[in-house]
Write a protein that binds this ligand. Sequence first.
Ligand code: KG4
Ligand code: ZN
Length: 367
Amino acid sequence: MNHKLFLGIETSCDETAIALIEASGGLKAPRFKIVQHELASQVKIHRPFGGVVPNLAKREHLKNLPILYRKIFGAEKKEIALWKKIDAVVVTIGPGLEPALWAGIEFAKTLAKNPPAGGKKPIIGVNHLEGHLYSFLLPILGRRTSIKIRTSDVHKCFPAIALIVSGGHTILLYVKSLKEWERLGETRDDAVGEAFDKVARLLGLPYPGGPELEKMARKGNPEAISFPRPMADSKDYDFSFSGLKTAVLYYLRDNPKARKTDVAASFQKAAIDVLVAKTIRATREFPTESVILSGGVAANKLLREELTKATRKENIRFLVSDAEYNTDNAVMIAAAGYFTMLRKSSQGGSASGGKKYKLSAQGNLDI
Ligand code: KG4
Ligand code: ZN
């Protein structure tokens, strides 16, 4: 099969990642094979600050990128052999933390302009959210297949509603096909993962608090406290989580003896109710074959269970990636590069992902 080899680079937040993947099959039946992927997490470095510090993230990316690169490319002979086969360098250009993004972009530019095997390689800048969007396709690659879709059936998953939930984003997309998607709504303040992290902190849990809060919530009663479900009934598809976080803050202040497990469980249920309600409402308004879930918060078991139940009721497919590809990684970025390239060639040059969604300011980079 005629495949292309992509080098993906991701540095938008606190994960430095590089991946080499083979892509083939086109927009109808895309297929990916991971040649190698490497990742360095900075969680421990940012933990004392209770969140990601942009300049610290940049410093760590600059330190980690050459190390990960060398793990993939090895010594000179292998390096040159691989570069002869690479078709393009793909890099996240936003949205993300600006200093962190630049670390990856500069690294990618240097490689593309002056690859060790000589010549020049094309460079493809991609939207980080598009990477998350396509991450559900990655388990099809054959290694761990938690989702059973045949490559040739991928196009049957669309149109889809995609919910991308992480520490930096909470966004709902209408995905007509692998070529075209648009934004339905997003958070007006905190991302849902950020709300999990902040509430976890109020409960005395370490950063990143999402997984810790989920563990604590397992021992609590989700009906114990009736926290607000912000914007659950609003007509649009936007979200708001900062009021919910404040409600937890006031509740803890007014009820110092409250059972923390109940607070965790009730907060978690409130946040997830809103996510599920809006996602399902979108599936009723737009023709939908499936719901796609991705981003770090997709690791949350309750969210997965509730979306599984709700989509089953609606008789639509539920697609979620394996945990490894839900959090930031460069495999999804390289995959997004493949789709960007295919779109460019099928639309005669326009690489925009979706009609209404615009890349961040970095999208205009001269690369
Ligand atoms: O996608 P990600 O690794 O990084 C970005 O923010 O882009 O997402 C990390 C976020 C953090 O806020 C973390 O607390 C949250 O995802 N998270 C969870 C769970 N696992 C990770 N939130 C709720 N429940 C979880 N099990
Ligand atoms: Zn992300």
